[in-house]
Design a protein around this ligand. Structure first.
Ligand code: C2E
Ligand code: MG
Ligand code: MG
Length: 555
């Protein structure tokens, strides 16, 4: 009778368990073990038959009286994925051997427990596969489930949905190594997650993009954390790296009804795309303007093919001047879109064309039109200068880029030295390698190369020492302002950048020169060339041709 009471108690406890925890199984089965004169129960788990044969597994002591004992019974269970569980039951040394009934009863308890454990483990595995990614982060499916659960319980309104993207994580990986980078990424995520209440969650969408839900009162703290937190990447030494993120935020308003999780995801995706733009803040709240922007972007992408065919894009030329002699020494070709009678500046359409690959077609179009102009100037006997053409980073993926550039220049019969290609800095090692290959290749063909906007991105010494550029274009943010003296940070940085360029044998040009005083600063620092509104804005071709003929500015 006692046996039946004990087994009923045990089964009740077992059925309440949600995880196969050996400790709680041990305490639950203790009564039965005592009754059946069991001294010890040990379970072994092997991930494969091979591991089992080599004794390469994990073991857990589920129950023990502490007496000296010998194994008297065992059971082996193979799961559907060929992992193996073995359970050994021992009897105390010198004890009277188990009767037939006792053995039967022990086997029954054993088999029931093993089946129960394997069912729970299977559930764990399927949960794991469904709701976690390969690196152990909660995944998007989990996030969607979480949203739906909150919506079902009317707990969604007032919550905050965030999509954040780790800033320059490829640089972090370069700095500390990929493995340490993984540890840091996980640590950054775990800390954020552990600070949320049970209605909050953080999940990885893929790569370095994460989505999360938090309460309104937690938002400030979360945003402070995302703005930058020192995160451990080496557990032994406790060494840390700074990790920060940019984020798109949507505060779920009163009356919001979730018809599909996409309603929320779409909003935080557009807000986060906006937060990723370098000119915007790192945190962008979703608003309806974004919907309009998105629609505009789609519209521009649709108009582009015909606009290109109809030659609606014009080349404007901005002169480059030698500040010592006043001589016009070159020009930068800048794109303008003549649309329905008005001139659209490039920042309104280039970032959109860069979302796809349309920008590459536009850049080749620009190069082609510049070459046509140069050819014409040569034929007309004008004094021709070298013209630089901007090339988007999107071209880096084109293995035939060099061939395409040279083909366009040669087709127009333009001597290579009249063309210069402007490229901006890169952030990843892969892009760096491509950039090095492209710039090195261009140098061999005699086409000039310039690193554009130097100083605002992730300029590294490596970028200018390992890549054979001809020209370094110092970004205008380095130019000291009117009210700053030579001891201002900007002035000090400027003079260092210029002298570094000189030492490396690079031609140095300052962009965005707007005042006579800035021209003076250029001269004082030995920066020989200038481009900027002080001399001229980007000009339509006819006006530029007049400047070409005049060829000199007052300095
Ligand atoms: P960028 O290549 O750095 O070009 C210089 C930008 O600075 C031009 O803006 C020019 O008008 C502006 N700028 C020149 N002098 C001054 C000044 O004194 N003060 C101020 N505040 N600005 C000055 P723009 O023409 O609006 O072009 C903006 C950017 O668009 C360019 O920056 C370039 O990144 C991109 N872009 C323009 N045309 C093309 C193109 O054909 N292909 C590609 N891929 N990008 C282009
Ligand atoms: Mg440029
Ligand atoms: Mg520039």
């Amino acid at each position: 009778m006692e046996y039946y009471i004990l087994i009923e108690e045990y089964l009740k406890k077992l059925s309440k368990m949600t995880v196969p925890d050996p400790m709680s199984i041990g305490t639950s089965v203790a009564g039965l073990c005592k009754f059946l004169r069991v001294a010890k129960v040990v379970a072994y788990f092997y991930d494969s038959f091979k591991d089992e044969a080599m004794g390469n597994g994990r073991s857990t002591c589920v129950y023990s009286t502490g007496e000296e004992c010998t194994v008297a019974l065992s059971d082996r269970l193979v799961t559907e994925v060929n992992s193996v569980a073995v359970c050994e039951v021992s009897i105390a040394k010198g004890a009277e051997p188990w009767s037939y009934t006792e053995r039967e009863r022990i086997m029954l308890v054993l088999k029931t427990t093993m089946t129960f454990i394997s069912r729970l483990r299977l559930k764990q595995v399927t949960d794991m596969l469904s709701f976690y990614d390969a690196d152990g982060f909660h995944n998007l499916r989990y996030f969607i489930g979480h949203l739906e659960k909150l919506a079902l319980d009317d707990r969604l309104v007032g919550k905050v949905a965030i999509l954040y993207n780790l800033k320059h994580f490829s640089l972090v990986n370069q700095q500390i190594g990929r493995e340490a980078g993984n540890i840091a990424m996980k640590g950054y995520y775990e800390t954020l997650r552990s600070d949320l209440d049970e209605e909050g969650t953080v999940c990885r969408m893929g790569g370095d993009n994460f989505v999360m839900i938090c309460g309104r009162t937690e938002l400030d703290r979360v945003l402070r954390y995302l703005a930058g937190s020192a995160t451990i990447f080496d557990r032994d030494t406790g060494d840390r790296v700074m990790i920060s993120a940019c984020a798109g935020v949507f505060i779920i308003p009163e009356g919001f009804e979730l018809t599909s999780p996409g309603d929320i995801l779409d909003k935080i995706i557009s807000a986060s795309q906006s937060a990723r733009q370098p000119q915007n803040d790192d945190v962008v709240y979703f608003n309806e303007v974004m919907v309009a922007n998105k629609e505009r972007a789609v519209h521009i992408q649709q108009l582009f093919p015909n606009a290109l065919k109809n030659e609606e894009f014009l080349v404007y030329y901005q002169p480059k001047i030698n500040v010592e002699t006043g001589e016009l020494t070159g020009a930068e070709a800048l794109c303008r879109w003549l649309r329905s009678g008005s001139v659209v500046p490039p920042l309104e359409f280039i970032p959109i064309l860069e979302q796809g690959n349309e920008i590459c077609r536009l850049d080749f179009y620009m190069l082609d039109h510049v070459c046509r102009d140069i050819r014409r100037w040569l034929d007309e006997g004008r004094p021709v200068v070298r013209v630089s053409v901007n090339l988007s980073r999107k071209h880096m993926a084109d293995v035939d880029l060099l061939k395409h550039i040279v083909e366009i220049i040669d087709r127009n019969r333009v001597p290579h030295e009249y063309i210069e290609i402007e490229l901006t800095e890169t952030t990843t090692d892969v892009e760096f390698r491509d950039l090095k290959r492209v710039v090195g290749g261009l140098q061999k063909t005699g086409v000039g190369t310039a690193v554009d906007d130097f100083g605002i991105g992730y300029s590294s010494l490596k970028l200018i020492t390992e890549i054979p550029w001809d020209v370094l274009k110092v970004d205008r943010s380095f130019l000291p302002h009117e009210d700053e003296d030579e001891n201002s940070n900007r002035a000090i940085m400027f003079s260092h950048v210029v002298s570094m360029a000189q030492k490396l044998g690079l031609e140095c040009i300052a962009e965005g020169v707007e005042t006579a005083k800035q021209v003076e600063i250029l001269r004082e620092n030995g920066c020989k060339y200038a481009q900027g509104f002080h001399f001229d804005r980007p000009l339509p071709v006819e006006q530029f041709e007049e400047k070409l003929t005049a060829h000199h500015y007052e300095v």
